[in-house]
Every structure is written in structure tokens, then in C-alpha cells.
Design a protein around this ligand. Sequence first.
Ligand SMILES: O=C(O)CCC(=O)C(=O)O
Ligand code: FES
Ligand SMILES: [Fe+2]
Length: 534
Amino acid sequence: MVDYSKWDKLDVSDEEDVKPKKPPEPVKPKPRRLHPLDYHPERSLHKELFEPKNCMRWVHPSLLQVLNQWQSGKKTDEEPTFQSFNVAIEGFKVEAPGIFSFPALTDEFCELLLQEVQHYRKSGLPSRAPNSMNNYGLVLNEIGMRPAFSAILKEVLLPIGARLFGSDEDRIKEVNGVAIESEDWGGSTLDDHHSFIVQYRPSDDKHLDMHIDECDVTFNFGITSHNNFEGNDLTFCGMFDSADHRKYHHTYKHVKGRCVVHSGKRRHGAMDIEKGERASLIMWTKSRSFRRTEAYRERNRKGLTYGDADRVCLSYTHDPDYKNLMPKKQQYHMKPREEGQAGNEVPLQTEKKWITVCPAADLSEGQSKLLNLKEENEQIAVFKHREELFALDNRCAHMGGSLCEGEIEDVGKENLGCSDSKATDGMVICPRHYMCFNLKTGENVEGDFTMKQKVYPVRLSSDGQHIEVEVELEVLQPLVPTTPENPGVLHAERPFSWLCGIPNKVFATVPFALGICSFAIAFNIIFNHRHTRF
Ligand SMILES: O=C(O)CCC(=O)C(=O)O
Ligand code: FES
Ligand SMILES: [Fe+2]
């Protein structure tokens, strides 16, 4: 069981800065925080986007109609009663239990917003990563759009949140005869948001690793037309506290102007983008009062179980067993699930091999060398500390930082990162967020056991001239059909196929072969006989 607090990797709210776990010396000065007034109203492009009073202007006509009906049915000066809001908007879809989509924004809004983001980029003002795993995006609250999105939350999204993820009184059971199977996630009292743009393109952020959001209800709006990109589907898995949280649930393809809404605590991620660019507007919404309830706290206390997993649901950032379950060549990619694909398909077969890294003379004290096995999708960093050699997986278990570019230091204390370590043992400091890993054990020296680097055997070659590491290489599975005598053999049977209308199994039979031979002999005799006669 893992402590839930380990999951707050995405805890990037507007109020807080990302805190590096252990800043080593020298600590780089933080850039000055952007003030919303730095950009708007002086330098912004479409001022109308920043105006809270315009919020209804951006709403898709189908949704607007339902909102207007609801407003006109309400008595003035009354608190909104969500029970009378009809969430069956034209075009509403129950994507899967707990995941819904509906037309939400006009094309005009999507286009103006995208232009605004591009305009901001050209301004040269700083931008902070919108969440801890996407760098190529923009926090809209920070550029002065918080009031506009607060109005959208209150006037447009709140009744939807209440009907789909609200209290037992507000939440509906079905839409157009389809059960929605959702739970109370504070949808009736959503009162805070972190609103940002995420963007993907093959050369920058290609995908978003599986994660849960630091919010209660996530509203995710497609901003780019589907003609502009290929791939990048959103894949959903189970709820964070359920046994199936790493089991596949649903695939959603983004549509411009359409919103997909789900509990923030459902595991999800964006697959690799193959071509073009995609942008989404994300509103992570929270309910302050819901977060104070005992039910909410209890649910978070339950923590995670690392049970059965479908590969498509594995997270390289969060799952300690990722490298055991994901074939090496598929690691750090996010490939969509193939139709009919099972969970952990055929077990992997590997063989160990010693591979040369570099001449021994090339690695000096306190330095590192990288062995990049592209074919294997494996990177190994070899370090020399106090005349000893060490080899670790080069990609940091936190978020893939390159350890061979990190500083090496003594751990400085007894038993840091393992019970028998000495103060003079070495550690490497990841250059990205400064996590420190014991060179001997790969353990995180702060004791975060989910963040462990793989350790490789390393040695000098028999003539002492080269450094070698032992790597486990994947070998192809033999295609051996399961037989009653050999039931344990991998089930990797070739599919049943046909040749010239005859099933190929027929050709393999001995009687068939004998038949062909007899026919050939008979034909030969007749043919020769005929020729000799004429
Ligand atoms: O790319 C997407 O649509 C999903 C983004 C997301 O899940 C997030 O930013 O939390
Ligand atoms: S500490 Fe974050 S990537 Fe290494
Ligand atoms: Fe997310």
C-alpha cells in the first residue's frame, strides 16, 4: 500500500510554487512570479476574452439553450436549485461510466483563445509549466484570465458539475436512459479552479503520462480541430482508490469546442501525438467545503493498491513496478491500446549480456559516461566515485531527468538510502528536480521508495582496458503453440489462415502430402506414355 501523498506530483495550483525536494548547492534563483497585470490589459490581444461579463458569449448554442431554460425557470433572488437543471444537452454523451462529454464552447472562442496564447508566447513574458508533466502550455489564470474562468465556472459549469458529480440530492442517475454511474466529488459546491492550456506536438510534449489531477472535477475542452493532429487520444483507466485503477476504461478523441468531464481522481493520460499540434483548455475545479469533509479525507487515506495492470494504464512517473511490467522497447512511449489487447500480455523473455561502455581511461574520478542502447530503449549512466564504478538507469525515476548530467557527491551521512551505507558512499543529484540517488543501491536518499533507480552490474573487462555493464536484452518469443503435453508453453499461436481457399492446416497434414505425391507419379506415367505413343 502506498501513501496517497506520493501522488501529489500534479499539485501545481496557482497559490503554490513547485517545491524541489532537496535543493543542493548552488540553488538557482527562482524567476520572478508573473503578475496577471504584467500582460492584461496593456499587452493582451483579445481583451474581450478577459471579461467575466462575456462568459455566456462563448457558450455553444446547445448548452446555452439549456442554461437559459434553467435560468428562466428559477425564481429571482433564490439560490440555484440544481435539481431543475436538465443536463441532457443536445449532443450530450455518456462516454463510459463516470466520463461524459457535451458541446461546450463556440468555434470563435477556441480560435480567439489559441490566438491569445500564441500572442502571449511572442510577448517574451515568462510562463510556468501548467502541470508538472507538461512544459509546452500556459497557465491562463496567471496571465489575467482567472476572473473570466471563475465566471464560466459559476455560471456555466457548476450546474453540470452538480448533476454529474454533485451531492446525492443533485446528482442524476441516468441521462437519456443511460446510467451515468458517477459519485459525489463535490460537484454541487465547486468554487475554485486552476485553468490552463496544454499543448502537444511531436517535437515538444509528445504525450502526458498516466496520472490523476490535483482537483475534484476536471473539465477538459478541445481547442484544436481534429484535422490539425493525429493520435494523442485521451485514455482513461480506473479510479485512484479502486482495485482496477490500472485497468483500461475508455478512449476519448478530442473534438474542438467539446468538453469531456470526469473526476480528477480517475487515472488518465494523453497518448503520443503522431503529427500536427493539439491544444486543450483544462479547468481543474475544486470544492473547498467538499475537501473538508470526513468522507473526502477517508477516501484519500485509503491509498493505492498496485494490483493487476493493463500496459496502456501504466505510469512511468508513478508506478514503482513500471519497468517490470512494460517491455523495454515500449518504455516512455504512450501507445494507444490495440483493439482486443489484454492486460499484461505474454511474459517477457530476456538474456543477460556484458556490453562495453568505454575505455577505462575515459572515465575519470567524479565523472560519468552514458551508454545509450537505442534499439533497446535503454540508457545506462556509469559513474566513478572514490575509484569505484557504479551503473544506474540514466532516466530519473521521478520524471526522466538525465542522471549522467547530475553532480556526484558523498551521501554525507551513515545509512542514507540503505541500512549499511557509509558517509563516503556516493550519490548522484538529478539535474531536473534535485532528487538524490545512492549510487550503490539506486535508492532515493530521502527514503521515497517509489523513486528507486535500477542498478546494473558493472566491471572492468578481463584485460582491465574497458568498462562493461551487464544488460538484460529482450529476446523474441518463439511461436510455439500450446499442446496438451506442453501446456505451460507461451500461447503465441499463429493465426489460422487460408491459402487459395483451403485452410493452411490442411496442407500440413501427411495424408495431404502423400496424396500430392501419388497424383504427381500417376500424372508423370500417363504423360510420358502419351508422348512415347505419338
Ligand atoms: O491532454 C489532455 O487532454 C489531458 C490533460 C490532462 O489530463 C491534464 O493536464 O491534467
Ligand atoms: S528529480 Fe525530477 S526528474 Fe529527476
Ligand atoms: Fe489530467
